[in-house]
Every structure is written in C-alpha cells, then in structure tokens.
Design a protein around this ligand. Structure first.
Ligand SMILES: Cc1cc2nc3c(=O)[nH]c(=O)nc-3n(C[C@H](O)[C@H](O)[C@H](O)COP(=O)(O)O)c2cc1C
Length: 350
C-alpha cells in the first residue's frame, strides 16, 4: 500500500480524499480494559495531533486499533496551509541537532525520519465543530477522542487575548464531544507567539487556567516540545500542575531541513522546521524519563503521554519503561497503519 497521506498533494486534498488505507486490514486483537486520565480505554496506544486531519481519518484509524485518537490542531478561524512541500523524508546526517537532508522514503519504514511544515492550518470552526461530533460518533467504547486546539494571535496582541482564544476553542471542542482537550503550546513551523508558548511558564499557566475555567472537569493535556534543561522542564511541570491533567511530549524537534543542494527544503523562512520519526526517538524517551522523574519527586498530578519516533513494539516499550502513561505515534501510522495491531498482539496489557 502507498502511505495513507499523499505528500505530493495538498493538505486540503488529503483532508477531502484521504486516507489511503487497505480495505481489508488484519483483525484487531481484543485487549483488556485499562485507564488513561481516569477514562476506560482498550489500550493506551494512539495517534498524536497531525495525521488525523478530520473525521474521515479518525474512524478508519480507530478501526485499526488505535484507541487514543487526536483530532488535528484546530483554531478559532480558518487558516490556510503553507504551500507544498509540506512533508518530506529526511536523512539524519548530523545528529543530534545539525541539518537533516531530504531523501526518498527508506526501504525500512521503521527507520524513517521526516519533517513537516504545514503551519498549523485549520478549517473554520463552523466546519470543525460538527466534524468533531462526527469523529466522536465513529469511535467505539474504550476509545478516546482528544481534540488538539491552539490559540491564534489576533488584533489584540495581549497574552490574555491569546489565552481566551485557546479557551474558546477548547470549550467548542468539549461541547462537540472531545473527551480530552489538548492545548498545543509548541509548533516549530509557525512564526508567531503560539509556536513556542511552553517556554514561558507563566504564559502556559495562564492558558491552562483559562482553558480549565472553560472546560470544567474535561481532562486537559498540554503539548510541549523539548526543554533547554531539566530545570526548565521541572519548572514548567510545577507551574501547570493542578490545572492540566497531563502533558504530551514531545512535538517535532526543530532542525535545519535542507535539500541535497543545500537549499532550505521548505523555503528560507522555514529553514528550521520540525523533525520527527527515528531521529527524535532517543531525545523523546529522555524527555519522558525526565518528566516522570519530576512527577514522582515533586508528587505532581500530571499524566504523561509520550510521542516521538515510535515505529515498532520496542519503541513503545522504551516509552512505557521510561514512565509514560500512554504512547502516541505521530508520523509512523502514515506508512505503518497496522502498528497498533502489531503492538496489541505482542502486548495486550498495553
Ligand atoms: C503530518 C503531521 C502534522 C502534524 N501537525 C501537528 C499539529 O497540528 N499539532 C501538534 O501538536 N503536533 C503536530 N504534529 C506533531 C506530532 O503530533 C508529533 O509530536 C511528532 O510527529 C513527533 O512524533 P513522531 O516522531 O512519532 O512522528 C504533526 C505531525 C505530523 C506527522
């Protein structure tokens, strides 16, 4: 099968026509129920914000055994996608933080690293609110719909206004059926304030406060990237504890993304772009281990949803061993759609 997302076509076309998936996939093994964020789930395995563009994508991936399904980040107003290319495979030629270079998809997809530059596009609330409802209706019991939201800086440049915009989206998402709301405080591919909010702990707290007031008891995850130091991570977790229910870490890691001729793959404005897949697995596991350490040592009430370079059962095991409460795949389900089925066969206890 070709990958489910067609990287040669626009994001809008993928929204309308995707995903490309096998019409008769293997059976999903039955698994005993567990809990995540206090809610009953068939497994603590899922898909992070990004690949599941809308309800057309959520239902089919839920039927492939992913049980925590994140509806791609949405905004309070429509936002177009950056021009193509939006998604390229890369070679990690200079780890851990030097440039990566565009290549074709590797023969072994488990080794794939890639980079995206979409700019957090969104359809209008008038479209996504009913679509979130459809997505929720497509899930079985024991599956959770997480809706990722982001605030958009507007005419009023204050942080208060941005926090209120986050809260607005969160309330709409919860009203439409989100069982969990995720606030995206990190995106390497936007140039405005919402892309790096998590570096400002007090700003993150304000956003979490406003969202909490807007959604009441609905669980709230905060999506973050990597931190400059263990101290910064610890400060963040301490600051949002009591407001957020958990953290999702990590988002893509920002690195120079170049073509073979040395030019920026997504154009000069986005020379630095988000890298994902194999190249970020070890840093993501380290971040989860450090977060678990803080949660234990400071007795914080935060769950940890781990993301970063999961492309096989061993990668998932790495995250659970590092202290994750749930494991999400970002890019791999695009070219490895049966990942949850394989994981459930190996480890029904996950
Ligand atoms: C196509 C695509 C789009 C993404 N868009 C978003 C997004 O809108 N919001 C977000 O929080 N993360 C987004 N991400 C990041 C993923 O949620 C995840 O953090 C990242 O891909 C790392 O996981 P991976 O190494 O398993 O791919 C996107 C990822 C992909 C593959």
């Amino acid at each position: 099968m070709p990958p489910s997302y067609d990287i040669q076509r626009s994001w809008e076309e993928n929204c309308l026509h995707g995903p490309r998936l096998d019409a008769s996939p293997p059976l999903v093994p039955a698994t005993p129920m567990k809990q995540f964020l206090g809610l009953p789930v068939r497994s603590r395995l899922g898909i992070a914000a990004g690949l599941l563009l809308n309800s057309r994508w959520i239902g089919p991936y839920a039927r492939l055994g992913f049980d925590l399904l994140t509806y791609k980040t949405v905004r309070s107003a429509a936002r177009p996608c950056h021009p193509l290319p939006n998604w390229v495979f890369v070679d990690d030629v200079s780890p851990p933080d030097g440039p990566v270079v565009v290549r074709t998809m590797p023969a072994d997809p488990a080794q794939a690293s890639s980079s995206v530059c979409f700019g957090m596009p969104s359809i209008a609330p008038g479209e996504w609110r009913p679509d979130v409802r459809r997505a929720r209706q497509s899930l079985e019991s024991g599956q959770l719909l997480i809706v990722s939201v982001v605030g958009t800086p507007g005419a009023d440049p204050s942080l208060e206004a941005l926090a209120d915009d986050f809260a607005h989206c969160a309330a709409w998402a919860a009203a439409a059926g989100a069982q969990v709301v995720e606030a995206n405080l990190s995106c390497p591919n936007v140039c405005s304030a919402e892309g790096t909010l998590y570096h400002d702990h007090q700003a993150s707290r304000l956003v979490a406060e406003r969202i909490r007031a807007a959604i009441g008891p609905v669980p709230l995850l905060l999506k973050v990237g990597t931190f400059a130091s263990p101290l910064a991570l610890r400060g963040f977790l301490q600051t949002v504890d009591g407001l957020a229910s958990g953290v999702t870490l990590v988002n893509c890691i920002s690195r120079p993304v170049l073509r073979a001729d040395g030019q920026a793959a997504f154009g000069e404005a986005f020379r630095m772009a988000g890298v994902m897949g194999r190249a970020i697995h070890q840093p993501a596991v380290a971040a989860v281990r450090a977060a678990r350490h803080c949660v234990e040592s400071d007795r914080l009430g935060l769950a940890i949803a781990a993301v970063g370079g999961v492309a096989g059962v061993e990668d998932i095991a790495d995250f659970f061993q590092a202290g994750a409460d749930a494991v999400l795949c970002g890019s791999a389900p695009m070219y490895m759609p049966n990942l949850a089925i394989e994981a459930k066969m190996a480890r029904p206890d996950w």
